[in-house]
Write a protein that binds this ligand. Sequence first.
Ligand SMILES: [Zn+2]
Ligand SMILES: [Zn+2]
Length: 308
Amino acid sequence: MLQHRSLAGRALPGAQQRPCVASARRVIVRAKEPIVAATTLLEKEQEAAPSAAPGRGAAGAPSTSGSKWVIDESELLTSTAEHRAWTFGPMALMGAALAVAGSHVDGPGGALSAASAVLAAYVLSDLGTGVYHWSVDNYGDGSTPVFGRQIAAFQGHHVRPWTITQREFCNNVHQVFKPAAYPAGGMLLLSPVLGVWPGFFLPSFLFLVCMSQQFHAWSHMKKSELPAAVVALQDAGVLIGRAAHGAHHRPNFEGNYCIVSGWWNQALDDSGFFRWLEKVVVATTGVEPRCWYPPEHGWIEEVRPQAK
Ligand SMILES: [Zn+2]
Ligand SMILES: [Zn+2]
């Protein structure tokens, strides 16, 4: 028997489940300035969800008991010292690994190898973000081990997509750079023995995947809100643009998952790659993806409130 909505279909609480917010452990710092309709994910008290029964409740409303994360509306959007440390620290590790790789370049052949590695990292990072985005949009929920917070954040983004545009840079990207600190450290340790090509490819790939969080934010902004250089890169197709990513934000959120350049989106969607992958997942695990069904109540995109 298929297990649709046992893992894939459990909804996180939306605005209709405010009582859950009351049971959340407050771990946020409030900004001095009033914040309009920002959201964050708060870790619930473990004892607040003793019965993690998945799926919908008896009355057909989304189950709120199974998720470890809930949405809060008084989120800090500015960057803190901790956000900056978790952004620039891993960036420094990646930069140091690249510097070691650079010290191995000797002559035009090495330079060509380094350039091809960076180009490959750019092209493949788009594919990597697409596969990752597809997986967290469609499987698991806020209580999934390790990835629960990321899953809840991606799915919460479908409900309130404007929130990502309100975050300062380090506030936004530290969420991805922080877990990347560990592979970045590993790359730096290995860098003395890596050749030029892997020495350039690995840190470049990791950096671009982390930066996709910001490329994604830029794709939700109007051109008038963006630096001219970003608009130029979007217009040139180097970075994913507003129209290309906007195509993802249509129920059932079943395509256009790539968020670096978006180059892979058409090939992946036209070829039916993700539908094939979903059938493989169903055949092997019995779990259906969310995108096979309309979004559950509470996960339909809300209207952006007007700033006062
Ligand atoms: Zn999505
Ligand atoms: Zn988006």
